[in-house]
Ligand binder design. Structure first.
Ligand code: 9D3
Length: 248
């Protein structure tokens, strides 16, 4: 997959993505990443990329001219059929389902806005989809673009070094993670749960699933889709709901 990010702060993108899973995906050639800076398409002496909003009010708006030219350049850098996705606080919420859908595309143009926003005519004509990463106010689209790239890159086949990691993710897909422990077995009276020390892999599998389900039920009950659970999993959920010992 090839991703081109349109941004006034290209250094923000490279600085984060050279590391870890994404850096490896780039090294392995699974992911190609570039940036296009609208300022490089501004022709005036001040290289202006923003202007005052019609109708007045605070802040500035990203101008159509340099932004459109930057988007065109970005489109040339990705395969045909790659959608243009704007990061916007007013967009549809980005979630794991959206990550899976975007990971199946041949490429993406990600448009990270600054200032109060982007001239609406760019959104109307040049943008296929607007995405938000959550209901809080950030100062621009670069951090959301990084979040979207990270979520997509780790879904690319071969991106996770250990093929088991990818399979593990689907095991508790849509649930919160179970607790994790490593050595030592005991610190200041805090012990690793006995089941994890026993080597009964079926018991461990069931314990981890029950933990994930219990946490999800307590913290994010709206994530649980009972119809997507197996009969064994539904039984664990019903025991959990009946027991009422909800103290974790
Ligand atoms: C205080 C400014 N707001 C007035 C109602 C509008 C606003 C403009 C620009 C809010 C945020 C931004 C910059 N944010 C993004 O570009 C952004 C974002 C976000 O702020 N939160 C969650 N997801 C995203 S995606 C892009």
């Amino acid at each position: 997959m090839r991703i081109a990010v349109v941004t006034l702060f290209p250094e923000m993108i490279g600085a984060v993505l050279d590391w870890g899973v994404i850096g490896r995906a780039i090294d392995r050639g699974l992911l190609g990443l570039g940036t296009v800076d609208p300022r490089d398409f501004a022709r005036d002496v001040h290289r202006t990329v923003d202007d005052r909003p019609y109708g007045g009010g605070p802040g500035m708006v990203m101008k159509v001219g340099p932004l459109r030219e930057a988007i065109s350049a970005a489109r040339q850098a990705v395969p045909a059929g790659s959608p243009v996705v704007a990061l916007s606080a007013a967009g549809r919420r980005f979630d794991q389902q959206a990550a899976r859908e975007l990971a199946a595309k041949p490429g993406l143009v990600l448009l990270a806005g600054r200032y109060e926003g982007i001239d609406e005519r760019v959104i109307e004509r040049d943008v296929d989809l607007e995405l938000s990463i959550g209901d809080y106010v950030l100062s621009g689209g670069e951090i959301p673009a990084l979040a979207v790239i990270d979520a997509i890159a780790r879904l690319l086949p071969g991106a996770l070094g250990d093929p088991d990691s990818a399979a593990q993710d689907s095991f508790t897909d849509g649930l919160l993670d179970c607790p994790h422990y490593t050595r030592p077995e005991e610190i200041d009276g805090q012990r690793v749960p006995d089941v994890l020390l026993g080597g009964d892999h079926e018991a461990i599998r069931r314990w981890r699933f029950a933990q994930a389900l219990e946490r999800t039920w307590l913290r994010r009950p709206e994530l649980i889709d009972e119809s997507a659970l197996t009969e064994e999993q539904r039984d664990i959920l019903h025991e959990l709901k009946a027991s009422g010992t909800h103290d974790s």
